[in-house]
Write a protein that binds this ligand. Sequence first.
Ligand code: ADP
Ligand code: MG
Length: 569
Amino acid sequence: MASRIHILPDGLMKRIAAGEVVERPASVAKELIENSLDAGATSITVAVQNAGVDLVQVIDNGEGMSEEDALICCERHATSKISRDEDLEAITTLGFRGEALASIASVSRMRMITMQAGVEEATEVELYGGEIREVLKTAANPGTSIAVKDLFFNVPARRKFLKSPATELRHLILVFRRLAMAYPEIDFRLHVNDEKTQDLRPSGQEERIGSLVAGRRNGSLISFENASGPAVLKGYISRPGEGRRSRDDQFVFLNRRFILNKSITHAVLSAYGSRLPRDEYPVYVLFLEMDPRQFDVNVHPMKIEVRFRDERFLHNMIHRAVGDALSSSRVVPNLQLVTGGGRPHRHKGKMTVDPVDYGQLTLEVQRPVSSGGSESPGRGISGAAAFWQLHNRYILTPIKSGLIIIDQHVAHERILFERVLNARERNGVLSQQLLFPQTVLLSPDDFHTLMEMLPSLQKIGFGIKDFGKFTVVIESVPAEIKTGNERDLLLDIIDEYKNLRHKITDIWEAVASAFACKAAIKSGDPLNLMEMASLMDQLFATREPYFCPHGRPIIINLPLEELDKRFGR
Ligand code: ADP
Ligand code: MG
């Protein structure tokens, strides 16, 4: 069959980002798997020995190579993927530099067996440090198998540079996961030291992510789609509170190529913002599809960094899409009842959370059951709702699809937090004058802290005067809080602010959080029907009714379905 591979012309060669691609066994695996994908394989098997140092072998059922191509593919700048300058402007294959096989072959012993469909015999090529040693005809299936042995056997300095087998294997598995995640329709297998460690059958995107990201079964990530301008974005992200302690499970793919991009990372993290509990990193998998003319992959030899034409646009788009997904009602966790027998196959004996489509939350409230005709002045949910308070801590209210349970403290915290954040944009909030101003003597440390907070506190609605000698007088407080214990409240806010200052750099936000936490209704405060109704109304008027400023859930859903299941209906 005709040859397709050619050596790139000089001019084009010079325009290609130069640099080494073979750093470690993982790089070998990456380049070989990418070649298999470019060759249209639907099944790819990777086998490694000794973390890939002794062997990295990739076997595919792709289009294979003719003998002529098999002989030339390991030359520098030999590629079938681009041929003209213009091709560089719109790369649609994973490879294009024609360097990988040459680089890998030059630092290993390589054996390649390849065959095109409809041909009688396969070509087998044996190379030693890049030199062809033997060419044979053999029997094989259509496709290509490349075995790379004894990596860096002829460059001891680089071999010494390799990390422990555990680390090298970790890199290699990461490469495998990235590629398998981007190509869910492809059969991917991984054998480590003769043991099959991954066997991924063709599947949908979400299922593939589920098999590759620790502890993420189907549906535990929020998914969303967004198309705007030149980009289509599909994303899977963890709910606040369900992320990880490390950044390991963060993936961004551009036209199915894994990339690292600071601006995208920033867009995602800043969209989570304060929703994220401390020390938590979100799990996210983003797939971007863009016209290849909108970005340049020819900037980094390993093509892990790309240059976008309009990075700002992309940042804003991703930030908005992630933010929208996180504020949607789909983030409300479902309560699945703890089981004590019954139907063990359904209930695994622990509380798990599941996504629900929750768009109806504010509208589908039941008619009053026990509210005794109390007419709430509010609108929306309270207008026709029944409320129960459980242990002076949780508020229960029926909705069309079941029951929701609200944590009264975090609900009020969210309301106050948003109110003071809004006060920053407008001009403060209403305050109420105290009948008896309260004098508070502070420690020098607390006094200085208070002075730092004062401008923000004043905007929130506190009237506080400095009386000298570490004494202040509270003359007024924000209108919406219960009066009577202003002194304790102020001290609590100062303490909380001191705790928060370590992690929140923005003074205003730290003051807002401290205030919201300490001024909110407490767990243990009894509430009457009117107070519950008003709390609900205010909660659903916030931008983020589902999570508190620290990322804890405010609402949990108990679906009717779940109850029906439990009662065997
Ligand atoms: P590039 O991928 O940048 O073109 P490589 O050095 O990785 O460069 O590969 C050189 C050429 O060898 C490819 O362009 C392709 O034509 C051929 N090739 C490599 N691996 C395979 C494979 N698994 N199946 C079919 N052809 C392959
Ligand atoms: Mg390649």
